[in-house]
Write a protein that binds this ligand. Structure first.
Ligand SMILES: [Zn+2]
Length: 229
């Protein structure tokens, strides 16, 4: 009774009726706990950077599980102690094309122990070798700066500042950071604290501090996502 064409048309109509009216566009964030596996990152005494970044990322994951945020999708580059090269991280990020990636690190000083504090970095404006997409590149830098400035503004209201008295030491462009140079999407590098600073280390060794850092990052991501839906 129906021609083949009509059958196909009916089938497509039926198929479309099962799709949601409008697929919700989620704000996608990749969280990248720095180092891992054979790459320990900074080491000071019994503390390794790779463990700190993984512990922090795990806590952020717990917050997103306990308090799911509609419209936000979080993906982690690693959830265990596996090794990942910068190239693999770049490929991971490029494949997913998130709205923002956040690379988590802890800083250290080679000899002195005077440097301390939380640092926020965004990509420098001339690290790209991709001259074919200059406009896209500057859009990436501008958006990174914008997201970084939201982190900076929220920092002064967060427990990191009010309770832990951890100074916001730096908010600036970063050069020679592979993830910034070879990705096409906005990104931030957070250096949470200095493992070589006695004051910062006292914070780092307290699990409540990790929870407060994780909450700060969770809260900032939600605020950024809400502003960019
Ligand atoms: Zn690092």
């Amino acid at each position: 009774m129906f021609s083949d064409t009509a059958k196909k048309f009916l089938f497509i109509l039926l198929f479309l009726s099962f799709l949601p009216l409008s697929a919700e566009k989620k704000f996608k964030v990749v969280i990248d706990p720095g180092h891992g596996g054979t790459n320990t990152g900074a080491v000071s005494g019994s503390i390794t950077e790779k463990e700190l970044t993984l512990a922090l990322a795990s806590k952020i994951r717990v917050f997103f599980k306990k308090h799911p945020a509609q419209g936000v999708e979080i993906i982690f580059t690693r959830t265990d102690d596996s090794s990942m090269t910068i190239k693999e991280r770049v490929e991971f990020i490029e494949r997913l094309q998130p709205d923002l990636f956040i690379s988590l690190h802890f800083n250290s000083q080679k000899v002195l122990t005077t440097n301390r504090g939380f640092e926020i970095y965004y990509p420098a404006d001339f690290v790209s070798s991709d001259s074919a997409s200059t406009a896209l590149f500057y859009d990436k830098v501008n958006r990174s700066f914008y997201f970084g400035s939201i982190f900076r503004d929220l920092y002064f209201k967060a427990n990191l500042h009010t309770t832990w008295k951890l100074p916001l030491n730096m908010f600036s462009q970063k050069y020679n950071f592979g993830l910034f140079e070879d990705t096409t999407v906005p990104g931030l590098l957070l250096e949470i604290a200095y493992i070589t600073s006695p004051e910062d280390r006292a914070c780092i060794e307290n699990p409540l501090f990790t929870a407060d850092v994780a909450w700060f990052i969770y809260d900032a991501i939600i605020k950024i996502a809400n502003k960019n839906q």
